[in-house]
Design a protein. Structure first.
Length: 354
């Protein structure tokens, strides 16, 4: 059954309807410690919450782990979940990824609903059917494709976010603009992101429509290619370098996923310019926006070998080939592009010096 995305203005009314459409002899909620405290109270008037069992895991991506997954399975089993139960994942991408994987594997699969509470989860993690956990020091190493029955997007949760988490989600929106149209990209790089991080009412109102537009881009691509055999690889723009930056940072000082993706866009757009003639103006305008809003990652030449090794382990790469998605122009997508180690080093030089 295809995933249904609801852009909600009244989650108190939408959630009971979504649960009613699922099998639900018992309803479970999955939260992390932060969303249990800051987001679950926003659902207090939903009657379904009063009868549900709430499972809580520690927050942060470091807990998107086998141990947390086993805890969710254990809670489901010991509190009477059957193959006809439902799980509601209330949280950011860590919760929707792990919760989706837990639901998809418990008793060979139970219905689940995603309620993303971060901007990153709204525009990326909760939509598209990718679920999983980190394993052996690598991002999303274990997982399955499995659609939630519903994704309920309600931007009221954006008011619970700090500036860093708003910026993190916005990086995936910027990526969607780059793979879509010049007009969408221009709106994104022209947006006052700093005002949104201050929860300026006008900026958040504008962001709501931009979120809907961004989700529509991803939904359109996923419908064409649910299992990433072709055009869905467009969504990997910025992610080969970005995942390497994220894994490199996990060994030092962890960074938010969206920051890693934003930084990953810089070397991949540089390679797009070198190999596919991506326009210089759009390259430098995007790089300037990223530096202004995300700062810089302190990568040194001595880190290149480690980053390259991490790229070889990336799921998009094949054996001894590093695979990236490049652009010839905004919306002109070239998937399955291979780059040499020398080209990676050249792109990292640009990343450090731009």
């Amino acid at each position: 059954m295809p995933q249904r995305i609801i852009i909600s203005e009244n989650i108190q009314a939408e959630l009971p309807k979504a649960i009613a459409a699922c099998e639900h002899d018992r309803v479970f909620f999955l939260t992390d410690e932060v969303t249990q405290r800051s987001c679950l109270p926003l659902l207090r008037d939903c009657g379904v919450l009063h009868e549900a069992h709430v499972i809580t895991i520690p927050d942060s991506d470091t807990h998107k782990s086998l141990e947390s997954l086993a805890h969710v399975w254990h809670e489901l089993a010991t509190h009477g979940a059957t193959r006809h139960s439902s799980l509601v994942n209330l949280g950011g991408g860590m919760v929707t990824d792990l919760g989706g994987f837990a639901a998809s594997t418990f008793k060979r699969g139970i219905d689940f609903i995603n309620i993303p509470t971060t901007l990153l989860a709204m525009v990326d993690a909760s939509v598209g059917g990718k679920t999983g956990i980190n394993f052996n020091g690598l991002k999303n190493e274990i997982g399955v494709f499995s659609d939630s029955r519903f994704v309920i997007l309600d931007t009221q949760f954006l008011h619970t976010l700090d500036a860093a988490n708003l910026c993190s989600g916005y990086a995936e929106m910027l990526k969607h603009g780059l793979i879509h149209t010049e007009a969408m990209w221009a709106q994104l790089v022209g947006f006052d992101l700093e005002a949104a991080t201050r929860h300026d009412t006008t900026a958040i109102a504008a962001l709501r429509q931009m979120v809907a537009d961004s989700v529509a881009v991803k939904e359109q691509i996923v419908k064409q290619d649910p299992h990433e055999a072709g055009i869905r690889k467009a969504l990997n723009l910025g992610h080969t370098f970005g995942h390497a930056f994220e894994s490199w940072s996990l060994r030092r000082k962890p960074v938010l996923h969206g920051y890693a993706v934003a930084w990953g866009l810089i070397p991949e757009l540089y390679l797009s310019a070198v190999k596919r003639q991506f326009p210089s103006r759009q390259l430098h305008q995007t790089v300037g926006f990223i530096h202004q809003n995300y700062g810089r990652l302190p990568v040194a030449c001595a880190d290149y070998a480690e980053l390259i090794e991490l790229m070889y382990h990336d799921k998009k790469s094949r054996g001894h080939e590093i695979n990236v998605t490049l652009l010839g122009n905004i919306g002109e997508i070239h998937i399955d592009q291979t780059v040499t180690e020398e080209e990676v080093k050249e792109a990292l030089d640009f990343f450090r010096e731009a």
